[in-house]
Design a protein. Structure first.
Length: 567
């Protein structure tokens, strides 16, 4: 009972783990009092009995008081993170000490600044050592950028990708890292020569293409065969990123909805096995196997980590394999976990990322706190209203609204073209005053349609007369911003924007596509494009075949859009 009396008098944050520990100790007493009600006549038992029944509310009230005191105490400190004052929502993310914390950070809301503030708070106020903090980002570029920001503030904390983390865990294991193109090479080799060694599969594959076996050589060099091989490669990559039991592949065959689907899956199984035989014989591991092996290594106690706090950036881009690795680290170390991301900007499903892990965070990490950073410092309110309403038509996401102090009456400019190159060059001529122009496209090759002999390329920039601009795909632009943005090739076409290449129904085995919203990932990609600009975005669209996204914007948000007549 003494521990119970002391529990709510502690000058610290009471996390769920702490609560469960004390509950485990005092629950037998509570159950005894429930059985022997006469003991409630004793005042201290009666007080305990009442408090136990509302322990969650008491914890919440205690933490609110604690956080308010911390808020006041850290005011000057959090006024100067990287020379910037954190807003109230960012501060609460920094001060929150729950075991599991999901931060939903909208576009341009300062999530990197919040992560930096969190690390500073852990070290300066809570006494964490640098070596006790694990920071994870998803790409080498983003991890290098975050590491540089930390070093400028005097913190020498490694920022790892998941693969570098897994390699660190497996540092005592001897193996080689497989070439990222190995699977693609094996798929090509299989259909060039190895398939003839499996007569039954060879016949089935000819049936898939609806050709006699004598015409197999003719189909090898066709686009149809190229797409088939690409689909097999993608299916295996996605399977490895989100599944751990290869026996599931055989179950998929049994659930196939057509003979064609069944043949495809039988091909997948054959190449999956061949690929792993090749890896094993060469003593190589691919990136997914490295993460899987690191997870097993931890589970078996072959590697002992001593992290106390884990921070993960861009968590909307995680996969089940990566999630399981983090679960294993948390189980071993009892570290606290903070993940940051934005479901509106989840655009890498083709690479194995699984948005459901972000949307259902509590399924993987119990009783988390979920906080939202809703102030954007990049976009105008008018633009973010359009972008937010556009993306929220898909209800399978967190409901949130962003707020901005900046205003720009008509930030979205629609420019129709018959000849895209001609209109693009004329548009550039009006940008002499612009400092940073970013030209985006759905596909890498789209830039070729607007380049001319008058545009030269120098040090990663294109230069036309006195105007310079940078080009990248929308996928590559994620996390970046510019004074203004031009988005090319907004056409109602298979390779336009949205891209209309239909995903084969066989991929339903790897993630739920039954109740998906039309072009849901393409909508998120368009949201990313819209929110790169600090000022205005110019959407170049076909006069004859305008994108369905353009039609939707004009129908739903006419007051935020200006149609430019460039002749």
């Amino acid at each position: 009972m003494q521990k119970w009396e002391e529990f709510f008098n502690q000058d610290c944050y009471l996390s769920n783990r702490t609560l469960e520990t004390i509950k485990k100790e005092v629950t037998p007493t509570f159950l005894r009092l429930k059985k022997k009600k006469y003991l409630l006549l004793i005042p201290h038992y009666r007080k305990f009995y009442r408090q136990y029944q509302k322990i969650d509310q008491l914890k919440q009230l205690h933490n609110q008081t604690y956080l308010q005191k911390k808020y006041e105490k850290t005011k000057d400190f959090l006024d100067h993170i990287k020379g910037v004052s954190l807003d109230n929502e960012q501060r609460m993310c920094v001060l929150n000490e729950e075991d599991f914390l999901l931060i939903i950070a909208g576009a341009g809301s300062g999530k990197s600044l919040t992560i930096l503030g969190k690390i500073s708070y852990l070290i300066e106020y809570l006494g964490y050592l640098e070596k006790e903090i694990l920071v994870i980002s998803f790409t080498n570029a983003s991890s290098s950028h975050l590491k540089e920001s930390l070093e400028k503030e005097g913190y020498h904390i490694p920022v790892l990708t998941f693969h570098k983390l897994a390699l660190h865990i497996l540092q005592n294991e001897e193996f080689h890292i497989a070439s990222p193109t190995l699977l693609e090479y094996i798929v090509q080799e299989f259909y060039q020569s190895l398939i003839f060694n499996i007569p039954t599969l060879f016949v089935l594959t000819c049936q898939y293409f609806k050709i006699p076996i004598t015409e197999y050589e003719k189909v090898l060099s066709t686009k149809k065969m190229g797409l088939f091989q690409k689909k097999i490669t993608q299916f295996i990559h996605l399977f490895k990123a989100n599944k751990e039991d290869e026996n599931l592949l055989f179950q998929y065959v049994g659930k196939a909805s057509s003979k064609k689907e069944k043949i495809f899956l039988i091909n997948v199984i054959a190449i999956f096995k061949l690929y792993h035989i090749e890896l094993s014989s060469s003593k190589e591991k691919d990136f997914d196997d490295i993460i899987l092996e690191a997870t097993r290594y931890l589970h078996q106690g072959k590697s002992i980590l001593d992290y106390r706090y884990i921070l993960i950036d861009e968590y909307q881009d995680t996969s089940l394999l990566r999630c399981h690795l983090i679960q294993e680290i948390v189980n071993q170390t009892q570290a606290k976990l903070m993940v940051v991301g934005d479901d509106f900007q989840s655009i890498y499903r083709f690479a194995g990322c699984n948005l459901d892990i972000f949307l259902h965070f509590s399924k993987y990490f119990s009783n988390p706190d979920i906080l939202v950073i809703s102030n954007t410092y990049r976009n105008s309110q008018e633009l973010i209203d359009v972008a937010g309403n556009f993306i929220m038509k898909n209800k399978k996401q967190f409901i949130k609204k962003l707020y901005a102090k900046k205003h720009y009456q008509k930030p979205i400019k629609i420019v129709y073209y018959d000849n895209q190159k001609e209109i693009f060059l004329k548009l550039l001529q009006s940008f002499a005053e612009k400092k940073h122009i970013l030209v985006l496209s759905r596909n890498q090759k789209d830039i070729e349609s607007v380049l001319s002999k008058d545009i030269r390329y120098q040090e990663n920039y294109y230069i036309y007369q006195n105007v310079s601009f940078k080009h990248m795909t929308v996928h590559q632009s994620k996390g970046l911003e510019a004074d203004c943005v031009i988005l090319l090739h907004m056409e109602n076409d298979i390779m336009g924007f949205p891209n209309k290449l239909e995903e084969d129904s066989v991929f339903r085995f790897l993630y739920d596509t039954q109740n998906s919203y039309a072009y849901e990932e393409e909508r998120r990609l368009f949201y990313v494009a819209l929110t790169r600009t600090q000022n205005e975005i110019y959407l170049l669209t076909s006069e004859k075949k305008p994108s369905i996204f353009i039609k939707e914007l004009l129908r739903d948000y006419p007051n935020q859009i200006e149609i430019l007549g460039i002749k």
